[in-house]
Design a protein around this ligand. Sequence first.
Ligand SMILES: Cc1cc2nc3c(=O)[nH]c(=O)nc-3n(C[C@H](O)[C@H](O)[C@H](O)COP(=O)(O)O)c2cc1C
Length: 142
Amino acid sequence: MDQLAYISLATPGLSEEDIRCIVEQSRHNNPKQRITGHLQCCSGHFFQVLEGPAAALDELLSRLRQDPRHSDLRLLFRHELKGREFANWSMGFGPCSQDTLSADMNRRFQALITAGTASPQRVLALFYALMARSADASDELP
Ligand SMILES: Cc1cc2nc3c(=O)[nH]c(=O)nc-3n(C[C@H](O)[C@H](O)[C@H](O)COP(=O)(O)O)c2cc1C
């Protein structure tokens, strides 16, 4: 079992409906491949953690690299994993807009985009912080 994270540039003009479609497609496909994960959409970027059997992740990565809904996919890390960290999600989703990010989180996210790499610990710490922030944000919806 492997875990990986990547960041990519969302294609300009993607609508909320387009993003809902991506999440639905993922929730439909991933259980069949025993893939779990979580997707964040932040500041015009996708930030996704995926975990599952190595061969299934390789196949998904090659589909992802050809998907015109994003570009410039950069793998931040990939490592072997004993147990899943996102076991409850066939594909969780946190639509976090830039305005809901604290200045510190925004700075860390921008630094990650610029650097294109970081240790798995730092990447995951930021990912979990974004997940918590987007959960808060969705609580604020009417
Ligand atoms: C940001 C992003 C994340 C995606 N995540 C997944 C995913 O977790 N699982 C998946 O099957 N497809 C995902 N997709 C869609 C794939 O790129 C591809 O379109 C899809 O797997 C094709 O599935 P189909 O052959 O069932 O249509 C994602 C696409 C984008 C743009």
